[in-house]
Design a protein around this ligand. Structure first.
Ligand code: NAG
Ligand code: NAG
Ligand code: NAG
Ligand code: NAG
Length: 376
């Protein structure tokens, strides 16, 4: 019997049970590349050799696929005291960790975060995870890693709307970028949420059911005071002015706003005019199915991307904000062969292939000049 020394070292080591059974027939689940940089583990096998994860000790980037299994059996490791392993954890080179395709008890997830508290982990990605049970409250002074980036794709939480606050309390402050795609709930309980005091980028792309109302619920007022970039690609947004209203309600003042890949309407009847954040300098409205330039855009922008829409004529200067760089590539008015722009059923946007073909044939400078021309 070999008692593995450090069950909390990495989630995968945490998964390493005391008994090592090496079966020659099954391939090693983990593979470390020749440069000792990236280590990928695939524990899809019904009886995987968990100890293979030790190869990943020297890696900078580790990716673990759980094959959809439940990690319930490892919940007992959640009680391990991370202080016992602190020197080992400090010696890890691990910077990036991706954990995917598993069902994980919340106490175990918390234990993994706590175990990695003194590590150099800065970028954590969770994909296709189901977190069941309740996240415990962290002991004071014993938090998880000081992450810069946290990315969650299709992660479901038994705690429902409270999940972000529960997860946040395990992280040291300093998070710069938060990406949440295919979320099961973005209607956060704002009162429980701490201020994200260093967050610069919030990416809520690929939440097609979010919509402007959902955005208003997700953007908890005054919790994102340092936000510079808000990305809402394919997030069910309907009009730029609706988004403007959500930003104003939350007091969020990004410099860059990406509304690409939403089916946008040019105007909202009877909607009150909204004041855009004064810092907003870049607005992306590409792949938005627009037939006209939307009304109520910010008065002045450095960058406006209107590429890959359905504009049938060159916008008139008075329809556009004052823009330094305007991109209009991939609109029908630029291309005599408009048959390339057939609508895709139910999506209302031009096919990406047609648009990228066009865009490739045109340099950025040409687009820029063309933009300037439109304003002249
Ligand atoms: C993991 O392994 C299984 C079977 O060996 C394979 O079907 C699957 O694609 C692999 N997954 C990843 C993410 O490599
Ligand atoms: C989301 O994750 C669950 C596992 O938690 C998985 O069963 C499901 O297929 C994933 N959905 C998508 C769209 O990938
Ligand atoms: C989590 O799921 C596992 C496996 O489905 C189950 O055994 C366990 O009781 C669940 N835990 C909670 C707290 O719901
Ligand atoms: C706007 O969004 C599209 C699609 O998401 C992307 O390809 C393009 O680079 C973005 N434009 C700018 C100026 O960032």
């Amino acid at each position: 019997m070999v008692r593995l020394p450090c069950p909390l070292l990495l989630p995968l080591l945490l998964l390493a049970p005391p008994v090592l059974q090496l079966s020659a027939a099954t391939p090693e689940p983990c593979e470390l590349d020749d440069e000792d940089v990236r280590c990928v583990c695939n524990f899809t096998d019904p009886e995987p050799d968990w100890s293979s994860a030790f190869q990943c000790m020297s890696a900078l980037e580790v990716e673990v696929h759980g094959g959809g299994r439940s990690l319930q059996q490892f919940e007992r490791f959640a009680d391990t005291n991370p202080k016992e392993y602190i020197d080992l954890v400090k010696a890890l080179r691990l910077r990036r960790l991706t954990v995917g395709a598993a069902q994980i008890p919340a106490p175990l997830l918390a234990a993994v975060l706590r175990g990695l508290g003194s590590s150099r982990l800065r970028h954590l990605t969770l994909v296709d995870l189901e977190v069941n049970g309740t996240m415990p409250v962290p002991p004071l002074e014993d938090l998880g890693p000081a992450l810069l980036t946290l990315s969650l794709h299709n992660v479901s939480w038994a705690t429902g709307d409270a999940w972000l606050a529960k997860l946040q309390q395990w992280l040291k402050p300093g998070l710069r970028e938060l990406n949440i795609a295919q979320a099961h709930s973005l209607a956060f309980r704002c009162a429980d949420l701490h201020t994200f005091s260093s967050l610069r980028t919030l990416d809520l792309s690929d939440n097609p059911a979010l919509g402007e109302r959902g955005l208003t619920a997700a953007l908890c007022p005054n919790k994102f005071p340092t936000l510079q970039e808000l990305t809402l690609r394919n997030a069910g947004m309907e009009t730029p002015s609706g988004v403007c209203a959500a930003l104003a309600a939350a007091g969020v003042k990004p410099q860059r706003l990406d509304l690409s890949h939403n089916s946008l309407r040019a105007s909202t009847q009877g909607a009150p005019a909204c004041t855009w954040p004064s810092a907003l300098s870049s607005l992306n409205l590409s792949f938005a199915g627009l037939e006209q330039v939307p009304q109520g855009l910010p008065a002045e922008l450095s960058v406006l991307d209107l590429s890959c829409n359905r504009l049938r004529r060159m916008p008139r200067p008075e329809e556009l904000p004052r823009v330094t760089t305007l991109t209009l590539d991939g609109n029908p008015f630029q291309e005599p062969d408009a048959s390339k722009y057939q609508e895709v059923p139910n999506s209302g946007v031009v096919p990406a292939s047609a648009c990228s073909t066009l865009a490739m044939g045109m340099s950025g400078t040409v687009a820029l000049l063309r933009g300037a021309g439109a304003l002249a």
